[in-house]
Design a binder for this molecule. Structure first.
Ligand code: AMP
Ligand code: MG
Length: 626
């Protein structure tokens, strides 16, 4: 299916009266909110998503997608939302789903589009059969964007019924078997009784997730598809804790922080100088003002300068009443209590910080999902916040597999290598802020592997292994991982790092996500950064997309289209001051030295061919990467 031709629209524009006039989409559900669940389900099916909402626009905007209110006024119903979406839709088709349908089918877009095309229709809607009765679900529909004018004319004539404009277009119905997938939540009771939060039942199966992909071939899976499946499969941990401000560094914020105060609390001076009334400034005459008082940082002055008067003020001093400008002291002279300033030195309003210019009381200072950095600690401190709600740390168990591996301190027998993967993995997990469980080296032995996986699964949220998943490796790895849960084996269109095992295993009521990384030391790091990292961050509830930059390639790079290649590079400033990148020595997938010498990875995308010298390429910096 061609997801690129479809945009998704979540209809959240209603008044939500049955919930007691709360905004339905923003109600907590499944560990997030209803609208977040719907967005998560729609995203893999379409090119992009947007929300139609008529209130709490800022809260909806926080999901990082466009928010479009109705153009037709007066809460005119879902059809008005559809109109707002169609007017802004940049693709040939628009798919709509209501914000209270967190169980919508993973193949909604694909099947509706197919139905529309087969019938040569303008609109296709979902129907189900319940007790032999055909039940249409008109808000779950796909529409040709070109039909917007027909819809607008219907609305302008006062039409409001979802199916009222059907006589003017060609409509197809698509039968879905799973009626439960179209359940919507209308009341608080339904919200509570249907909320899967806390119960593992909500977890999708890999088969459901991969069914969203148009052409799924585990033996030739594009990087992008693997990333998408992983993203859709893992779910955030729900547990949170309250920690002291300093302990929040590097942790994931679990709730929005609203500023309790204006920062700064008062208008104040940005300079050491003289506070004056802008009205006294003259464009062509020298200004002489009598200094009537002095204000120090953090102090206020009772003085109220009149015309021809000013107040000496220090940086951070509260602006005296009536003053709106500050002239820095180095631009003026003071003689016998009079400040003298040349014409044109400043303009009215200069060097004054306004109350609330940093943050207004009641506005969102930090959004949940943020990984807290030093600036955030400072910001929180400036609000007087002493404790911060954060997500519980993710517990990640990891081990290496291979009979040839020796641990540091052991003699290196002939043909053996020291286990280095456990150290790179340790480093990468620690930087992500995970709690780690280092399980050492596991022999190439089915029972040992099974025991290690079971142990890891019962003690950790996620498991990372290295080695043993490549072609030719003992087949029991697959059998054991598959026996313990829902695990798939991929050959990914990438270099280095083709093989990857991914899924979830379970034992005695515990479950953990599993990443079986390849064995080669560089392949391990690449697979970690490009697959495991985002998944682990998502489990941690963090928003931290990979920060890819663009840089000019110094030399040509050979590359075949049809797979993603990752090359180790050194990024620096070119002679013209622009960033440029040079590939480091040997790129063999076992050669850690060139990884260590590199400060970045050059990402040569799937469809890309060879790169000419001077061409721009994507780059992922290692420093600053959490
Ligand atoms: P495998 O995927 O198990 O076939 O391993 C592929 C290659 O990576 C082999 O040359 C292994 O010796 C090497 N390798 C696997 N695990 C590690 C490790 N933990 N440290 C260093 N090299 C490893
Ligand atoms: Mg091995």
């Amino acid at each position: 299916m061609n997801t690129a031709s479809i945009s998704g629209l979540v209809l959240a524009g209603g008044r939500g009266t049955r919930m007691g006039t709360v905004d339905k989409g923003l109600q907590p559900f499944g560990g997030s909110t209803m609208v977040a669940q719907v967005l998560d389900r729609l995203r893999p099916q379409v090119a992009g998503v947007a929300i139609n909402a008529n209130q709490n626009l800022e809260a909806y905007g926080a999901f990082g997608v466009p928010v479009w209110p109705d153009d037709t006024p007066g809460f005119a119903g879902p059809l008005a939302g559809l109109e707002a979406g169609l007017r802004r839709c940049a693709t040939p088709y628009l798919l709509s789903a209501p914000c209270d349908s967190p169980f919508l089918p993973p193949d909604l877009a694909a099947r509706l589009l197919q139905g529309l095309q087969e019938a040569g229709a303008d609109l296709a809607l979902a129907v189900t059969e319940e007790n032999g009765l055909r039940q249409p679900h008109p808000v779950f529909c796909i529409v040709k964007s070109s039909k917007v004018d027909v819809l607008s004319a219907y609305l302008a004539a006062g039409g409001r019924r979802m199916d009222g404009w059907y006589p003017q277009i060609k409509v197809a119905e698509v039968l879905f078997e799973d009626a439960a997938a179209f359940r919507n939540i209308n009341t608080r009771d339904e919200l509570q009784s249907l909320d899967p939060a806390g119960s593992p039942v909500s977890a999708p199966r890999l088969a459901d997730v991969v069914s969203c992909l148009s052409a799924y071939d585990p033996d030739a899976l594009p990087v992008r598809d693997a990333q998408r499946i992983i993203r859709d499969f893992v779910a955030p941990l729900r547990a949170t804790e309250q920690v002291a401000l300093r302990a929040a560094l590097g942790r994931v914020l679990a709730a929005d922080i609203t500023s309790p105060i204006d920062v700064p609390a008062h208008d104040n001076s940005a300079m050491d100088g003289y506070a004056l009334r802008g009205a006294d400034l003259s464009p062509d005459a020298e200004l002489r003002l009598r200094v009537i008082d002095t204000v120090y940082a953090g102090r206020t002055s009772g003085a109220v300068p009149g015309p021809g008067e000013c107040v000496r003020i220090m940086t951070g001093g509260v602006m005296p009443a009536g003053c709106d400008s500050v002239v820095p002291q180095e631009f003026v002279t003071e003689h016998e209590g009079v400040m003298i300033m040349a014409p044109g030195t400043i303009r009215a309003g200069d060097n004054r910080r306004l109350a609330g210019e940093d943050l207004k009381a009641g506005s969102a200072a930090l959004r949940k999902g943020k990984v807290i950095r030093p600036a955030d600690l400072g910001l929180l401190a400036s609000l007087g916040v002493a404790e911060v709600p954060v997500r519980r740390r993710l517990r990640v168990a990891f081990f290496s597999t291979g009979d040839e591996l020796r641990s540091i301190g052991q003699p290196l027998d002939e043909g053996c290598v020291y286990d280095s993967n456990r150290y790179t993995i340790y480093g990468m997990l620690t930087r992500l802020g995970c709690d780690i469980i280092d399980m050492g080296v596991v022999r190439d032995d089915p029972q040992a592997l099974e025991d290690a996986l079971v142990d890891a699964c019962e003690n950790a949220d996620a498991i990372i292994t290295s080695g043993g998943v490549s072609v030719g490796a003992a087949d029991y790895t697959k059998q054991i991982m598959a026996k313990l849960g829902d695990v798939t084996f991929w050959k990914i269109g990438m270099r280095p790092g083709r093989p990857l095992a991914f899924g979830r295993i379970a034992s005695r009521g515990h479950s953990a996500f599993l990443f079986g990384l390849p064995g080669n030391p560089v392949a391990v790091m690449v697979s970690f950064y490009f697959f495991a990292r985002e998944a682990l961050l998502r489990m941690m509830g963090a928003e931290a997309p990979l920060p890819l930059l663009k840089a000019r390639s110094v030399a040509p790079i050979r590359k075949k289209p049809g797979r993603t290649e990752y090359q180790r590079g050194v990024l620096s400033r070119g002679a013209d001051g622009q960033p440029e990148v040079k590939i480091t020595g040997s790129q063999g997938s076992g050669i850690l030295r060139s990884m260590s010498e590199a400060n970045c990875m050059v990402v040569l995308q799937d469809e890309q061919g060879s790169v000419q010298a001077g061409e721009m390429v994507d780059v992922l910096m290692f420093e600053g990467l959490i």
